[in-house]
Design a protein around this ligand. Structure first.
Ligand SMILES: Cc1ncc(COP(=O)(O)O)c(C=O)c1O
Length: 383
């Protein structure tokens, strides 16, 4: 059933009131930055109050525990254990540390796809002077990458397949289990950039069998910028020793011994330095909401909203560049347009927040959106 088939509010419509931006605007850009919730504001205010009243004293009995709470919260949304989660400031820093753990001597090849977010590929492009080869698998239709093409690109010289769960370029959902199987069949690791999926889609690291996975607050987990995580499958943790690191990775962190670096036994060995506490708190608020609603319910509503948006866009004469089926689509809807920046500016004049990418207007609804938001945006875009 699509949302379009009913004018009744959807099952999560009451949560819109959690997001004050809708008092002033229609927000349709969650794949860039999730909207700020009242919940996150409460958490950040709590942190600011503690900082103001207690200063650094709050580290020991409050903030340290919140880092653990966040690791547990991230673990819960991907079916992992908290000991498999390392906190990071961005996907780039997390991937940088991960890339520094791998022995490329007999496996110099890393496989990625042309639809992935470039910061992941850059980690290995930057290692080209030391002999790393980055293989970029092309997408035949510009929307998806069939797992068979990944299977054909990997071999016994491949160290890692690094690709996305949801492509930021098209919203298409990749079969990450098939990707992991392709990597493992040749003895390579599988790293998934799930920044565009965790929150809007159920993700189960055990079921998918991936080795490493990254996601964070910016988009669908409603935590804002500055906080991400790296999942590392627990059997792999002891064998991986980062060469890009920091004092948070050291089990003897508070010994302050300059000659002593002993990595944590758990995934904290992949951390670096002091996390941004404001971001940590914003994320705790976002995770609280996501956990309260439940990701399967979010997926149901957001999938119906996506289908509604695609159907309305087609009705309005657009040919959305999206994956072929509702099961393989997510809430990133690309509308080909000759002047996307001008269209986004026209929407902004009417207090509708959208975005553009080369040749496309990009609309991305979340559970706080309604079909009326879609209608309002498309009315402007199609005139
Ligand atoms: C799939 C994906 N990966 C990574 C990033 C960003 O990486 P970083 O956290 O390093 O800025 C984005 C967008 O911001 C993204 O869409």
């Amino acid at each position: 059933m699509t949302v379009a088939s009913s004018s009744a509010p959807h099952a999560l419509a009451q949560y819109r009131a959690e997001f004050p931006i809708f008092d002033h605007r229609i927000y349709l850009n969650s794949c860039s930055l999730g909207a700020l919730s009242r919940r996150s504001r409460v958490w950040v205010t709590r942190f600011l109050d503690e900082w103001e009243r207690r200063g650094a004293a709050a580290w020991y009995d409050v903030w340290w525990e919140r880092l653990d709470e966040l690791r547990r919260g991230y673990a819960a949304v991907i079916g992992a254990g908290a000991h498999e989660i390392a906190l990071h400031a961005s996907v780039s820093t997390a991937t940088g540390v991960l890339g520094s753990c791998i022995d490329y001597s007999r496996r110099p090849k890393v496989v990625t796809t042309e639809l992935d977010f470039p910061t992941v590929a850059y980690q290995w492009l930057a290692k080209r002077p030391s002999g790393i080869e980055l293989v970029v698998v092309e997408s035949p239709d510009g929307v998806t990458v069939p797992p068979d093409l990944i299977r054909r690109a990997v071999d016994e010289r491949t160290a890692l397949v690094a690709t996305s769960h949801v492509f930021f370029t098209t919203g298409a959902i990749q079969d990450i289990r098939a990707v992991a199987e392709a990597a493992h069949a040749v003895g390579a690791y599988c790293f998934i950039d799930a920044y565009q999926s965790v929150g809007q889609l159920p993700v189960d690291v055990r079921e998918s069998g991936v080795d490493f996975l990254c996601a964070g607050g910016l988009k669908w987990l409603l935590g804002g910028p500055g906080i991400t995580f790296l999942y590392v499958r627990d059997e792999l943790i002891p064998s991986l020793r980062p060469q890009v690191t920091g004092w948070f990775a050291n089990e003897g962190q508070f010994g302050f011994d300059i000659r002593d670096l002993r990595f944590h036994a758990d995934a904290r060995r992949f951390e670096q330095g002091t996390p941004s506490l404001a971001a940590v708190h914003a994320q705790l608020g976002g995770l609280e909401l996501v956990a309260e609603i439940g990701i399967p319910r979010i997926r149901d509503v957001v999938s119906a909203l996506t289908e509604d948006l695609v159907a309305r866009a087609m009705e309005a004469g657009f040919r959305p560049r999206v994956a072929p089926t509702s099961q393989t689509r997510s809430a990133i809807v690309m509308l080909p347009d000759e002047r996307p920046e001008a269209q986004v500016a026209r929407l902004a004049e009417r207090d509708i927040v959208a975005d553009s990418r080369p040749g496309h207007v990009r609309l991305s609804p979340y559970f706080y959106n309604t079909v009326e938001d879609h209608a309002a945006a498309l009315e402007i875009l199609s005139t």
